[in-house]
Design a protein around this ligand. Structure first.
Ligand code: NAD
Ligand code: UDP
Length: 336
């Protein structure tokens, strides 16, 4: 059985479908801190099979031990954590407690039950302000906010754990900008409150929940002055987890690897692609740069291709189409 922490969240839900469809037996642990129970039924429908669920907090060692004690765990895929950069600046202790504390309890429980394989959700944010592009995995790390630092510290903890215990293996996946949704439109990104991220903001303007997009900065040294990111379709990212799991189960080593497309798109390119694909105009205005943003960020994906045999298949238009399929079918997100 593969234990998936945070499996009801945006990326976890899509990964669960890919894992289940590939034949893995799954159990999800989620405390619903940033997700809704309705996701579970949809995962079960789309995955075409049974998926066990435990409503529990990974910081609860007793609850976690009960789950590990019930069914042998082959490997853990660890998505659970908080992810909002701005909130992490305002509430750093909550972020350190949940992200690092949660991972710590999880790793101790894995040790107790001799579970030695983990796939971890890291982030391109660990690189901080890029000194060179594309970002290779050996680029110096320098997260610039508490959220990013939790990811950076967890990466260190995983490396130390692997040094101390040679049979322990981790696949640390540095995601770039996951967007899009399952092509069925039944699951997708459902942020609470006003979205911080570009894509959910755009789809909520399209659905008329929000009035207009503010584009943060048009004076960067990029193709059209707006920020450039490496947007990756969440279905491609889900497949990346399958490839990482296979790597861990087949090969005798750990890996830290970028998951992106290797291509950057500017904010304007994304918004124009969305309009082209959906035919819906997106009201927008330029606004000052957002504090902490970098001009450009995109991945070197050669390691992922070489080591995991994985590469993305979907482009920005697929991301727009599928994000819109989700948002238009679920204008208020998942039901409570
Ligand atoms: P998400 O918030 O949608 O999913 C996280 C899930 O974890 C939620 O369902 C939440 O309820 C659960 N959770 C949080 N704390 C928990 C705890 N203590 N115990 C049990 N469950 C808990 O986020 P996501 O976008 O799916 O991201 C998944 C992972 O990928 C996160 O670790 C995030 O930091 C990382 N990541 C996300 C992005 C992104 O842009 N979405 C980019 C890079 C890395
Ligand atoms: N962005 C924007 N308006 C928004 C949200 C984001 O112009 O309402 C820009 C942001 O400045 C960045 C890009 O979109 O250049 C991606 O931002 P997002 O928050 O989605 O991802 P991240 O900052 O983590 O790369």
């Amino acid at each position: 059985m593969i234990l998936v922490t945070g499996g009801l969240g945006f990326i976890g839900s899509h990964a669960c479908i890919a894992l289940r469809r590939a034949g893995h037996k799954l159990a999800i642990v989620d405390n619903l801190a940033n997700s809704k129970l309705a996701v579970l039924e949809r995962i079960r429908d789309l995955a075409g099979g049974d998926v066990a669920f435990h409503r529990a907090d990974i910081r609860d060692a007793t609850a976690l031990a009960a789950i590990f004690g019930r069914d042998p765990v082959e490997a853990v895929i660890h998505f659970a954590g908080y992810k909002a950069v701005g909130e992490s600046v305002a509430k750093p202790l909550d972020y350190y407690e949940n992200n690092i504390g949660g991972t710590f309890v999880l790793l101790k429980t894995m040790e107790r039950y001799a579970v030695r394989r983990i796939v971890f959700s890291s982030s391109a944010t660990v690189y901080g302000d890029p000194q060179r592009l594309p970002l290779t995995e050996d680029h110096p790390l320098g997260a610039v906010n508490p959220y990013g630092r939790t990811k950076q510290f967890i990466e260190v903890i995983l490396k130390d754990r692997a040094i101390g215990s040679p049979e322990f293996r981790h696949a640390t996946l540095r995601y770039f900008n996951p967007i899009g949704a399952h092509p069925s439109g039944r699951i997708g990104e459902d942020p609470r409150g006003i979205p911080n991220n570009l894509f959910p903001y755009v789809t909520q303007v399209a659905i008329k929940r929000l009035e207009k997009l503010r584009i943060y900065g048009n004076d960067y040294g990029t193709v059209d002055g707006t920020g450039v990111r490496d947007y990756i379709h969440v279905m491609d990212l889900a497949e990346g987890h399958l490839a990482a799991l296979k790597f861990l189960l087949d090969k005798d080593r750990s890996i830290t690897v970028n998951l992106g497309t290797g291509r950057g798109n500017s904010v304007l390119e994304v918004v124009n692609a969305f309009e082209r694909v959906t035919g819906i105009p997106i009201a927008r205005e330029f606004a000052p740069r957002r504090q902490g943003d970098v001009a450009s960020c995109y991945a070197d994906v050669s390691l992922a291709s070489r080591e995991l045999g994985w590469q993305t298949k979907l482009g920005i238009e697929d991301m727009c189409r599928d994000a819109w399929a989700w948002q238009s079918a679920n204008p208020r997100g998942f039901p409570e």
